[in-house]
Design a protein around this ligand. Structure first.
Ligand SMILES: [Zn+2]
Length: 138
């Protein structure tokens, strides 16, 4: 028997530290511009809408809808062998930004575009929790 290798651990960049700190607390937080009031993702040092550096991380609803998705049937990394088939989706949040993520909690065959979803946190270890999504309850 060979041991399954661990999945790669996300390594936060300086500009995304507040995002990962919030995720660790099971909150989804995105940068919001203080000048033009827009959210964006992924985190960066300037607002991509108006280039302002005046922003802060705000907790968002965690709700959105599937914008697009693909289903991976092939094992590209041995660490993910137990997960195939799995869904990689672009989820459009209620606040506007789209995030690249996984859809959990349902068969890959039932995932569809426009499907309402909510964030759920996949705890990698005590330092890192990865925001993923599941069908919206109710
Ligand atoms: Zn802005």
């Amino acid at each position: 028997m060979t041991e399954t290798p661990a999945k790669p651990k996300p390594r936060p960049a300086p500009e995304s530290l507040p995002y990962w700190q919030a995720a660790k607390e099971h909150r989804l937080a995105l940068p919001k511009c203080e000048d033009c009031a827009q959210f964006w993702f992924p985190p960066s040092r300037t607002c991509p809408h108006c280039l302002s550096t005046n922003f802060s991380f705000q907790t968002v609803s965690g709700r959105g809808k599937v914008f697009s998705f693909v289903t991976f049937h092939r094992v590209y990394r041995p660490a993910f062998a137990g997960d195939v088939p799995y869904v990689v989706a672009l989820v459009e949040l209620e606040e506007g930004p789209r995030v690249l993520t996984n859809i959990l909690g349902m068969s890959h065959e039932d995932v569809c575009c426009e499907m309402p979803v909510e964030v759920v946190f996949d705890d990698y270890d005590e330092d890192i929790s990865v925001p993923k999504f599941r069908p919206l309850a109710g």
